[in-house]
Design a binder for this molecule. Structure first.
Ligand SMILES: [Mg+2]
Length: 222
């Protein structure tokens, strides 16, 4: 039941409808990668970014799992070093007041993954940047948002002026049906908009696609 509640995100659906009708750039990430190994964290830190905000399911772990996916372990360590530990997990379950009022789930995740979980009130893509800005002590546009969902993570990051990175999900295994359906719809829409030439919102530290591409690396480096 709780999973159903977590996957039904009415504010998110309403916001995505608005994005689809009038603000398509918000759904498009600045960087699309197969997984986070393709991101050059040192280049991002060198360009002036100050910290990273991660989604959990299908970004760092398989859905509802507590272990880092083997593909991301070394990259996450690299990210931690590049940003001197300034990483945070922003989940639509753990740390969300509605589902985790006493922060128990957040504490379990923090122990399992070794990343602080931001306590917050709103589900992505709703919500502003105050909690993140307070946590990091910088502007949201100096932060990188990394998450697999266009509807939640990318729209949330772009609405708050962050640089958005979208890794492909690891697996459909364990995803609630509502999420699979939402994923299919948003992937189709995003593909259509990309083919029509829609670009993500401009970001001051990545002014065009070529500038954003400088933050990519080939995982053969690993
Ligand atoms: Mg996710």
């Amino acid at each position: 039941m709780q999973r159903l509640g977590q996957s039904f995100n009415s504010a998110g659906i309403a916001l995505f409808a608005r994005v689809a009708l009038s603000d398509q750039p918000l759904a498009l990430p600045h960087l699309s990668v197969p997984d986070i190994r393709w991101v050059d964290w040192n280049a991002l830190a060198g360009a002036g970014f100050r910290g990273c905000v991660f989604d959990k399911d299908n970004t760092l772990t398989e859905p509802y799992q507590l272990e880092l996916h083997p593909h991301v372990k070394a990259s996450l360590e690299e990210c931690r070093r590049a940003f001197e530990g300034r990483l945070v997990l922003y989940s639509n379950s753990a740390g969300l007041q509605q589902f985790d009022p006493d922060g128990k789930e957040a504490a379990v995740l923090e122990r399992a993954l070794g990343i602080p979980v931001l306590r917050h009130r709103d589900k992505k893509p709703a919500g502003g940047s105050e909690d993140m800005e307070r946590h990091f002590g910088c502007k949201a546009e100096e932060l990188v948002m990394v998450g697999d969902r266009y509807l939640t993570d990318v729209v949330f990051g772009n609405r708050n002026g962050m640089l958005t990175v979208r890794p492909a999900p690891f697996t459909a295994k364990g995803e609630p049906k509502a999420v699979l359906l939402a994923r299919a719809i948003e992937e189709r829409l995003v593909k259509r908009w990309q083919m029509a030439g829609v670009q993500p919102p401009p970001h001051p530290l990545a002014t065009n696609p070529a500038a954003a591409a400088a933050f990519l690396q080939h995982p053969d480096n690993w």
